[in-house]
Ligand binder design. Structure first.
Ligand SMILES: Cc1ncc(COP(=O)(O)O)c(C=O)c1O
Length: 272
């Protein structure tokens, strides 16, 4: 009888999301290295799960935390009902990394869900429906987040998407005028990743902050890719101080690196 390889099963049963999947069969991963099935040679992992494995694969602290929790409980109840110690400790630890006032955390499983949550929060808080994001931005693959994304290649097969979305040019000060009292929120990657790792000026981010404050729109920083130490500071926005003043968002999104390999994300805002 012919044996079916895992490679064959992969191509038969796993839904592919790109035309040319890498198709490497990985047996284990350790630190910055990947090891292929039947091959002891270490391969340096330069993509890190697209910005996920910030502390390397199987970091001992991450493994220890998972192992400790396995002996206690996994799922207990829907969100926000029971007091779950690791969850409240993590929320507290996250708040400690941020400027005063950003004190409320809503955990999700993925970055795109954090984006969806932030959109709902902005609609509910402002009573408005317009969102502004940037051309060539990437904010996730669920339908709200996809509506915000600025790359037509990702979107064209899924229309109609959400109405009332406008795109502006990342880093362009003139376009800031398009943020008005109709705008529920502006969502922006502090460093525009998909658009080519574009770093805006501190003046630009402060001007967006000011405009949002002036018109009553929420400012959402998508730090799903840049958060958790990927730019040299814990949060990328910390690197954009101007005359000692930080540019602080109303809502901060994070995912990827914060899970250390587990599906974990969150949005964070003021309790109000
Ligand atoms: C800036 C940004 N926002 C949102 C997302 C979506 O996150 P996830 O893949 O966890 O849903 C990504 C993922 O690449 C991202 O880079």
């Amino acid at each position: 009888m012919q044996t079916v390889t895992h490679r064959q099963l992969f191509f038969q049963h796993i839904a592919q999301t790109s035309d040319f999947p890498l198709g490497l069969e990985i047996e284990r991963a350790e630190g910055i290295y990947l090891f292929r099935q039947g091959d002891q040679k270490p391969y340096m992992d330069l993509i890190s799960g697209i910005g996920v494995s910030n502390v390397g694969h199987r970091h001992p602290h991450v493994l220890e935390a998972i192992q400790n929790q396995l002996d206690k409980y996994l799922h207990l109840m829907v969100y926000g009902e029971y007091i779950q110690t690791p969850q409240t400790q993590l929320a507290h630890a996250l708040v400690q990394t941020l400027p005063a006032g950003l004190d409320n955390v809503y955990f999700t499983n993925s970055g795109t869900e954090a984006v969806e949550g932030a959109m709902k929060l902005a609609k509910r808080y402002t009573g408005r429906s317009e969102f502004i994001s940037c051309f060539n931005a990437y904010h996730g693959s669920t339908q709200g987040a996809l509506s915000l994304s600025g790359d037509e290649n990702f979107k064209q097969n899924y229309r109609p998407l959400l109405p009332d979305i406008r795109h502006i040019r990342h880093g362009n000060s003139t376009d800031i005028e398009q943020i008005t009292s109709r705008t529920a929120a502006v969502i922006i990657e502090v460093v525009a990743g998909e658009a080519g790792v574009r770093v805006p000026s501190a003046d630009y981010l402060h001007a967006v902050r000011q405009r949002c404050t002036d018109v009553g729109a929420l400012l959402i920083f998508d730090e799903i890719q840049t958060g958790f130490g990927r730019t040299g500071t814990f949060w990328a926005f910390e690197g954009f101080e101007r005359s000692g003043v930080s540019v602080v968002p109303d809502v901060l999104l994070c995912a990827k690196g914060m899970g250390g390999g587990c599906p974990l994300a969150r949005l964070l805002a003021r309790r109000r």
